[in-house]
Design a protein around this ligand. Structure first.
Ligand code: SF4
Length: 402
């Protein structure tokens, strides 16, 4: 790869891309290495590409963790991996009814896509049976819902079964550059991952594949990963920022800054200008006050919580979108306003659920929300910016954050 010390004019680069050109690897590297003082001009240039292809819309996705923990694979970054001592929720498959309930919460919260995820190396045929049933039920119950499945490495024929059931998309992240892959996992290969993306595409599923930044990769390896995703022609690219769970090999690994994360997303926009760039796990803890700035280049988020950790309150997500002039893809402004109003009407309960109100001792709001049993721990972990283990939504009796 050619490296350069001469920063390009990013606005001219955007003009060139809008005219049908493409960013080079050197351009991408220059975005990553742009001086912090130039951040807003880099973002403004990337935002031209975002506006061209997606206007002011944000696609809202909602995760349902169908099966949590107990995975035999050893992905070092993952709280669900073999050997992880992170105190996450561990459960086997949700029932179809529970899946519908959890997905419904996200859809009522403004999501248009439900991402059904299970831990593990890959699904058995019986696992596919379950996801087929869940998908058919979801499609019956919720008109227009988009379903994405993320079940691990696929065997021959499985993608076609998912497609036939109505699954729209399949997620399988490459996670990092091929040249770095074996440093982060040894129980499967980079080629295994690429093979599954190919199987999904061949079956007509929309391919979704992205990366995790902050795993010790170099700038060049981030660029390598982005160009690999471009070559794979994935429709959506989730960009995760490492959440360093205690009890995993990456515990206490902090390589990212908010500005660095915005530059990574902007690089993704320049390299893949017309693809869905999704700010995925780690959005809140790494972008912090730059979340809205990042949406000037990215066009997609997950609402609410992640697979094993908590995101910010769903109402905060929605306020952030509206305050910054974004609309939710597939929802008109009136419906968006009503959605926010309905969340605000429930804010008293939510506020109690995220601060120690004391209802467990009989002195609080009495909602029985379950928040009190975990709120003190949650406040402690938020204070030191560590991942907050998810203790609500799927796999619990506590209402989802949606
Ligand atoms: S295969 Fe998936 S669930 Fe299992 S350790 Fe890797 S990332 Fe985690």
């Amino acid at each position: 790869m050619t490296t350069t010390t001469t920063a390009p004019n990013f606005d001219e680069l955007a003009t060139r891309i809008l005219g049908g050109g493409a960013a080079t690897e050197a351009d991408a590297l220059a975005v990553l290495r742009a001086p912090d003082a130039d951040l807003m001009s880099v973002v403004a240039a990337g935002a031209r590409l975002r506006r061209e292809h997606f206007g002011n819309t944000v696609k809202v996705n909602y995760l349902v963790n169908l099966k949590s923990g107990l995975c035999p694979e050893n992905c070092n970054y993952c709280s669900q991996a073999m050997g992880s001592e992170a105190p996450i929720l561990k459960y086997s498959w949700l029932s179809k009814e529970e899946t519908l309930k959890q997905a419904g919460a996200g859809l009522r919260g403004g999501a248009t896509r439900v991402c059904m995820v299970s831990s593990g190396r890959g699904p058995s045929e019986r696992d596919i049976d379950k996801v087929v049933e869940m998908t058919e039920a979801l499609k019956d119950e919720y008109d227009g819902v988009e379903v994405c499945a993320c079940l691990g490495l696929l065997k021959d024929g499985q993608a076609a079964r998912l497609k036939a059931a109505g699954v729209d998309a399949y997620n399988h992240n490459i996670n990092t550059a091929e040249s770095h892959h074996d440093n982060i996992v040894q129980t499967h290969t980079y080629d295994d991952r690429v093979d599954t993306i190919g199987k999904a595409k061949d079956a007509g599923l929309s391919p979704c594949s992205g990366l995790i930044a902050g795993l010790g990769e170099t700038d060049e390896q981030l660029v390598e990963a982005l160009f690999a995703l471009k070559a794979l022609d994935t429709d959506s690219i989730p960009v995760n920022f490492l959440m360093p769970f205690d009890g995993t090999p990456y515990q206490n690994t902090w390589e990212l800054s908010p500005i660095r994360c915005v530059k990574i997303l902007t690089m993704a926009r320049f390299v893949c200008p017309d693809k869905e760039i999704r700010i995925a796990g780690g959005r809140e803890m790494h972008l912090r006050t730059l979340q809205a700035t990042a949406l000037q280049v990215a066009n997609s988020i997950f609402l609410g919580d992640y697979l094993t950790s908590e995101g910010q309150d769903a109402l905060t997500d929605l306020h952030m979108l509206r305050d910054n002039g974004f609309s939710i893809l597939g929802m008109d402004q009136g419906a968006f306003d009503e959605l926010i109003a309905s969340h605000e009407a429930g804010v008293t309960h939510r506020a109690h659920a995220t601060t120690p109100c004391g209802s467990a001792a009989g002195t609080g709001c009495g909602d029985g929300c379950g928040g009190c049993s975990v709120a003190a721990d949650r406040a402690d972990t938020k204070a030191d910016n560590k991942p907050v283990i998810r203790t609500r939504g799927a796999g619990t009796e506590v209402a989802a954050n949606a």
